[in-house]
Design a protein around this ligand. Structure first.
Ligand code: ZN
Ligand code: ZN
Length: 317
C-alpha cells in the first residue's frame, strides 16, 4: 500500500510503498478515507518524542471504512486495558497506550490496523473526510471543557487562548455545555472572526486588556501564553494547558493566584469521543476542513507550520 512515513527526525515524510498490513486476532483493518493533520505531527517530526521507533507512518485522526461495520471514526488512544486508568475508561492516560501515528503505524496510508472493533465508532452518516479531525481536534477540547464545567456557573468568564483548530471547538463546547461568557484570544484576525462566528462573546489580541476569568484554556502552551493565562485566571480558578508548545510556567506563592488549579488535559476517552460524535451528528458543531491528497502530505505539514490552516487539513489517500 501507499504510505507517508517518517524515517528520520527533522526530515520530510516519504511517500512510498509500505507492506500491506495483516490483521491478527481481534484486530480490524480500516481502509483510510481521511486522516487529519495535527500540530503533534510537527512535534513528532521535530524530534520532541525521541524514543519513538522509526520508520513510522504518522496520522492519528483517522476515519475510514471498516469491513463488516461501515464508515467509522477511529478512537486512537489504545490503552493496555488492564491498568487502573484503563479500567476507569481513561485509556488516553494509560502509561502503556499505543497510539497510531506514534507507537503504531497510523493513518497517513491506505490502510490502518486497529487493535479492536471497540475503537471503531460508526459515523452515522457524517462524511468521513469531514469527520476525521473529530478524533483529536474535536475530542481534546471536549474533555478539557467537560473537566472545567463546575468552574463556570452563569456570570462567569472563560478565556480560550489560541483560536485554531482545537480552540474553535472549545468555544463551541463552552457555549453548549456551560453558561460562561467566552472570550477567545488569538493574534490572527481571521481566527478571531471565526471564533466570533462560532459563538465567542468577545475576542481579543494577546496584548489587549483582559478581564479576570474563572477558567483559562491554553491551546498554545508557550511561555507567553502560559504567563498570560496565569495573569488572567482568578484566585481559586482553573488554568488548563492543552497546547504542546514548549512553554514553562513558574509555580510558587506570588507567582500564581492563590489556590488556583493548574492542570493539563490530554486527548479524551472512548466515551467522550462517542459524545463528540453525538454532538456532530445532531448538527451542533461547525468546523472547516480543507483536503489534500496523501501525496501532498509535506505541503500540508508546511502549511500547518506556517500557520496557514484556518480549520483542519485532512489528507485523502
Ligand atoms: Zn493530534
Ligand atoms: Zn492501561
Amino acid at each position: 500500500m501507499k504510505a507517508a512515513t517518517l524515517h528520520r527526525f527533522g526530515a520530510p515524510l516519504e511517500l512510498r510503498e509500505w507492506p500491506d498490513p495483516k490483521v491478527h486476532g481481534e484486530e480490524t483493518l480500516v481502509r483510510v478515507l481521511g486522516a487529519g493533520v495535527c500540530h503533534t505531527d510537527l512535534h513528532i517530526i521535530d524530534g520532541r518524542f525521541p524514543t519513538l521507533r522509526l520508520p513510522r507512518v504518522l496520522g492519528h485522526e483517522i476515519a475510514g471504512q471498516a469491513e463488516g461495520i461501515g464508515e467509522v471514526l477511529v478512537y486512537a488512544s489504545w490503552g493496555c486495558r488492564a491498568c487502573a486508568l484503563c479500567q476507569r475508561g481513561e485509556e488516553q492516560l494509560c502509561p502503556r497506550a499505543t497510539e497510531p501515528g506514534w507507537v503504531r503505524d497510523g493513518g497517513y496510508a491506505e490502510y490502518v490496523v486497529v487493535p479492536s472493533r471497540r475503537y471503531l465508532l460508526p459515523l452515522g452518516g457524517l462524511d468521513p473526510v469531514r469527520a476525521a479531525p473529530l478524533a483529536d481536534a474535536g475530542l481534546t477540547p471536549y474533555r478539557a471543557v467537560r473537566r472545567i464545567r463546575r468552574w463556570l456557573p452563569p456570570g462567569s468568564t472563560a478565556i480560550v487562548i489560541g483560536a485554531g483548530g482545537l480552540g474553535q471547538f472549545a468555544v463551541q463546547y463552552l457555549k453548549l455545555l456551560t453558561d460562561a461568557r467566552v472570550i477567545a484570544v488569538d493574534p490572527s484576525e481571521a481566527k478571531r472572526r471565526r471564533a466570533q462566528e462560532l459563538g465567542a462573546d468577545e475576542t481579543a489580541s494577546p496584548g489587549d486588556q483582559l478581564p479576570p476569568a474563572r477558567a483559562v484554556l491554553d491551546f498554545v502552551g508557550s511561555d507567553e501564553t502560559l504567563t498570560l493565562a496565569a495573569d488572567v485566571v482568578e484566585r481559586t480558578g482553573i488554568l488548563v494547558q492543552i497546547g504542546e508548545g514548549i512553554g514553562c510556567l513558574p509555580f510558587g506563592f506570588g507567582l500564581v493566584p492563590h489556590e488556583v488549579h493548574i492542570t493539563n488535559s490530554v486527548w479524551g476517552s472512548l466515551a467522550e469521543l462517542a459524545s463528540v460524535l453525538g454532538h456532530a451528528n445532531r448538527g451542533e458543531l461547525d468546523w472547516h476542513v480543507d483536503t489534500l491528497g496523501l501525496d501532498q502530505v509535506n505541503e500540508a505539514l508546511d502549511r500547518l507550520r506556517r500557520g496557514e490552516v484556518a480549520g483542519r487539513l485532512v489528507l485523502v489517500p
